[in-house]
Design a protein around this ligand. Sequence first.
Ligand code: PMP
Length: 291
Amino acid sequence: MSASIYIDGKYFEPANATVSVFDHGFLYGDGVFEGIRFYNKRIFKLNEHIQRLFNSAKVIMLEVPLTADALSAAVVTTVKNSGLADGYIRLIVSRGTGDLGLDPRKCKKASIVIIPSELKMYPKELYDNGISLITVPTRRNINESLNPRIKSLNYLNNILAKIEAVQLGYEEAILLNHDGYVAECTGDNIFYVTGGVLYTPASHYGALKGITRDVIIDLAKEQHITVVEAATTRYDLYTADECFLTGTGAEVIPVAKIDARVIGTGGPGGMTRKLIDAFKKLVAREGVAVA
Ligand code: PMP
């Protein structure tokens, strides 16, 4: 891969793709980002990701120095330049460079970085047999402090939860919100099935409004499945018939166990399989073409 990383309108080889130590994204985690997938030279849900990025930026009062159309075009060109057919894009808008000190007014212009890469998903075995989750002590940020709907460069809340999960021998963690309701996982949304109804925590319980989450909700509705965005306790998860996670990187991954309780039959359930199937068909036919 050569000359493929976009930084503020120019392309750099990976070894030379560097940003300043005075970038406030580096100094303070001041910025927003998106993780986007492309399948067979088509960028999946590009408009939705760009829209969410602009919403995140608006909430933190960060002015993106390109229009949505120009930013989308930059993503398309970056993917094209990479020569990859399938992969993952990290799109970052940081506050930009400025003197030390929190005040965003020190940064004159936001900086845009687009990194295409090959994809690293969970091991295949977890897709076949299901992933095991653990609820960790770290709680999801409260909406009034740092709303989890902002996809910001400040991922320490999620990283702490990830560290706790890994320490305990798990790949992914369940985060509860301040009131003890299930919010989401460190990098994925959570769904569960009880009595043929599909549930997921409503985003105001502390979940990022995942693009994959929205896709799954739409696919379920197309299949006439009732979808409820609900207040979710761990009891609801433990007693569910099926459970799965969604995310741009993970796609849809079945959950086998939560806190040592076997969920349903312990493998991918019938509705989970149907939705995985529908998801795969959708990504094969949809997306913004690169070539
Ligand atoms: N929750 C968190 C905390 C995330 O970082 C992500 C993205 N990796 C998701 C959920 C899933 O969102 P999406 O489907 O848009 O990737």
